[in-house]
Design a protein around this ligand. Structure first.
Ligand code: AMP
Ligand code: MG
Length: 531
């Protein structure tokens, strides 16, 4: 194995650790941490840890030979058992608004940052272990993670990357060889579950909540330090911090967040816990918890059982919640800017940019050459109504729709039969059926205006409408098999999800609608934060 691609050749530059204020107290008791961006902690060693899966591509990105990931040393390092030279583990201090309410100090309660690798391209990758034991931010919890949620984070973050959705990545998934007690639905029925550790990676894990915490404590000098640090490393094109630079910075955060949410909406992803502590300052999807994928197109579906009554984090609410979260960030950085109008303008701009991005995204999903306001706004609204009225699988609907041929003069029944495989019910209500037929006719007329070859349109549509997503029930099946000792399905899903837009021979089963058994099954349609 070439020494230049070995674990020991990883080059660390721990900027967060070296440039921001540290907590002077060193103990792992849950406590209030004052005036510090992080606390020094050590991961709990797991001598019985075993590798379950790793991302070859992420290893290469870091500058590691993938063979290195199969060594015992890799397992020791990424289970937190034997840190590498140059790692300086810490847990970050942040706060956040949870379900709309200020929650005060939260922090990395079960995540431990190992260090920041600078790869051969000069890119920064912060590596973080999730599930490595308690930190001062663990509050009443244990700092560990269970296998089921670790599998979900590992598979989904890599899948999102291949879907071209901005996201944190995952390097490895390891079983810890220990058991963790969990009460999955907070109903007093706990069970012992296998523990696991995921190593995840992102240029930075800074959240809106990092800024909120210091401003809430009137420590705006730290808010400023953190903002200057963030701009220096992740927005260097903005130059030396000033009022104008902070405004521009906030504008950019609004834009990247708008893009992020548009991408979630495109692929049917529902984050499930869009608290401000789970919002990345870099516009990445972070903190995969009780997320889910839209199966039947229900705009008010939320995968999170804790959110079932309010549906605050339902699919269709995500754009507006992101704006609300941006408002909390605006409040947090206001002391650096003291210009409410400028921040309000940026927030208004978020909405405008999002609306345009959504429109363009829908146009591309439908294979339109360009958005035409005169016809397309209505076309989109009618489509959303139809998808809602008939239980329709979102992913399959768009894939099948691309098969339509515009010059075939197909009857409405023939048009309907093209998208029929996306319906969950065999019998469709007569009124809904007429509505969707009318829509299909209008859609064909609209495509005739563009008058592009079917092949070209199909190609455009299939490049933005994935065929394979991490369907909730598939993740659950992989989890059940893993808990029974087999990791084959994890590996198979990992491979299939690397090519989500291309039909893969022999992989049909991963593109199928949710089976009936999965409709109301825990883990498939109902998830909790208990992970
Ligand atoms: P989440 O909504 O999952 O991002 O978590 C919210 C907060 O709870 C964060 O501060 C987490 O670090 C903390 N937390 C969640 N689960 C655990 C756990 N098992 N041990 C310690 N802290 C946890
Ligand atoms: Mg979180």
């Amino acid at each position: 194995m070439s020494a230049i691609y070995s674990l020991d050749a990883l080059r660390f530059d721990n900027s967060f650790y070296n440039e921001l204020p540290a907590d002077p107290v060193v103990n792992n008791n849950s406590r209030h941490v004052n005036a510090a961006c992080y606390s020094k902690v050590s991961p709990i060693p797991f001598p019985k840890a075993k590798l379950i899966a790793f991302s070859r591509e992420m290893a290469i990105e870091l500058g590691l030979n993938p063979m290195e990931c199969m060594t015992q040393r890799f397992t020791e390092v990424f289970s937190g058992t034997l840190p590498l030279e140059g790692m300086q583990p810490f847990a970050a201090c942040y706060g956040g608004h949870q379900f709309g309410n200020w929650a005060g100090q939260l922090g990395d309660g079960r995540a431990i940052n190992l260090g920041e690798v600078i790869n051969k391209k000069g890119q920064r990758w912060a590596l973080q272990l999730k599930g490595s034991g308690p930190t001062p931010y663990s509050r009443h919890a244990d700092g560990f993670a269970v296998l089921r949620s670790s599998i979900r984070e590992f598979l989904c973050s890599e899948a999102m990357h291949y879907l071209r959705v901005p996201t944190s990545r995952a390097l490895s998934l390891l079983s810890t060889g220990t058991l963790v007690e969990r009460d999955m639905f907070y109903n007093g029925q706990s069970r012992m579950e296998p523990g696991a550790v995921v190593c995840r990676a992102a240029p930075s894990f800074i959240r809106f909540g990092n800024f909120e915490l210091f401003t809430s404590r009137n420590q705006t000098d730290i808010t400023k330090q953190l903002a200057d640090y963030t701009i220096k490393h992740f927005f260097p094109h903005l130059g030396k911090p000033s009022k104008e630079v902070y405004i521009q910075w906030f504008n950019e955060i609004c834009l990247s967040t708008a893009r992020l949410i548009t991408e979630w909406m495109r692929v049917g992803f529902v984050h499930g816990v869009m608290n401000t502590d789970n919002m990345s300052i870099l516009g990445l999807t972070i903190d995969y918890g009780p997320y889910g994928w839209l199966e039947d197109y229900d705009p008010y579906w939320t995968p999170n059982t804790t959110d079932a009554s309010g549906r605050r984090y339902a699919y269709a609410k995500q754009p507006e919640i992101a704006q609300w979260n941006l408002l909390q960030l605006a409040n947090a950085i206001y002391p650096l800017i003291k210009d409410a109008q400028a921040l309000e303008n940026a927030l208004g701009n978020y909405k405008k940019v999002y609306d345009i991005a959504w429109r363009d995204m829908m146009s591309s999903k439908l294979g339109l050459h360009n958005f035409n306001p005169a016809s397309d706004e209505q076309l989109f609204q009618d489509l959303v109504r139809n998808l809602k009225n008939t239980e329709t699988d979102m992913t399959l609907f768009f894939r099948h729709l691309s098969e339509l041929e515009i010059n075939r003069n197909a009857t409405t029944d023939q048009l309907l039969s093209i998208i029929q495989p996306a319906f969950y019910e065999t019998e469709i209500d007569a009124v809904a059926c007429e509505d969707i037929k009318t829509w299909l006719l209008k859609y064909v007329d609209r495509l005739k205006v563009d008058n592009r070859p079917d092949k070209v349109r199909r190609h455009q549509m299939n490049a933005v409408n994935p065929l394979y997503v991490l369907r909730n029930y598939l993740a659950q099946e992989a989890i059940e098999q893993a808990e029974a000792g087999s990791y084959t399905m994890i590996h198979e899903l990992q491979e299939v999800l690397k090519n989500p837009y291309h039909q893969q021979v022999g992989k049909e089963r991963f593109a199928q609608k949710r089976p009936d058994w999965a409709k109301h099954k825990a883990g498939s349609s109902m998830l909790s934060c208990s992970s």
